[in-house]
Design a protein around this ligand. Structure first.
Ligand SMILES: [Zn+2]
Length: 259
């Protein structure tokens, strides 16, 4: 799985080249196909030629523009993880929340690029009607390891319910905010496992038929980085550095399944 965030206007050409490269060299897999393949015990592929699933976190408006132009051109169906509690905010309230929750206060709301906004409900419905899948990224993008058990219910379960209602769907996918191994623990994984069928992290690594459905890994890519570097990441050149983190993630998923 590949993980992207917002794609800015000046990155469109680079992103287009990256999608073209992946479609040509690896092949692209849709969210539906990825789930079917992970459950198919007969499918065995070496990690270096695994087809890629495109995923996007945070629900930036630029994702909608990229889907309508670049992804559509290559027939890519992607997975978009959004925070319904932020989707519900408008104007300055939303910009303040984006600066505080998504950027952790590293940038002031007034310094965010003027075009930076989150997708609205109509755009999310539109993506869904195009065959993309909308997953949950937490109600307000809170770090799950820093909130109480009661707050986990609102951040995880209520967020899934809100997406179900607003998008008339059954939300199966969750990607926890920040994605690193320090942003998930057993309690949080239990809350996710109770409500969702699949969970994607931001821990690097390839997924195969043995991957736990609650412990999918993803390679975070930035279209602004050199293509040669991104090719290395896609082909797993640094995966060995993440072995312990993948094991820890898997352990949380296994323990959550038996409690
Ligand atoms: Zn995020």
């Amino acid at each position: 799985m590949l993980l992207f965030h917002g794609i800015e206007d000046h990155e469109h050409d680079a992103f287009d080249r990256l999608v073209a490269y992946i479609a040509r060299e690896h092949g692209v897999i849709s969210p539906t196909e990825a789930v079917a393949e992970s459950a198919d015990q007969d499918v065995v592929r070496p990690s270096w030629c695994l087809p890629c699933l495109f995923t996007f976190d945070d629900g930036f408006g630029s994702n909608f523009e990229v889907a309508a132009s670049i992804l559509d051109r290559y027939g890519v169906k992607a997975l978009f993880f959004v925070c319904p509690g932020l989707t519900d905010l408008e104007g300055d309230m939303q910009r303040q929340a984006v600066a505080r929750q998504l950027f952790q206060g590293r940038i002031d709301a007034e310094d965010l690029p003027s075009g930076m906004r989150l997708m609205n409900w109509d755009e999310l419905c539109n993506l869904k009607s195009q065959g993309h899948v909308i997953g949950c990224h937490g109600m307000r993008h809170q770090r799950l390891t820093e909130i109480t058990k009661e707050e986990l219910v609102e951040e995880v379960e209520a967020a899934g319910d809100l997406l179900d209602t607003r998008l008339a769907q059954k939300t199966d996918w969750y990607a926890y905010a920040f994605g690193d191994i320090g942003s998930i623990d057993r309690l949080a994984m239990e809350a996710i496992s109770r409500r969702f069928r699949y969970c994607r992290s931001g821990v690097r690594g390839a997924n195969g038929r043995q991957t736990n459905r609650m412990a999918f890994c993803a390679d975070s890519l930035s279209p602004g980085a050199p293509l040669s570097y991104q090719k290395l990441l896609i082909e797993g050149a640094v995966d060995v550095l993440y072995v312990r983190r993948r094991r820890a993630l898997e352990a949380f998923a296994v323990k959550a399944a038996i409690t």
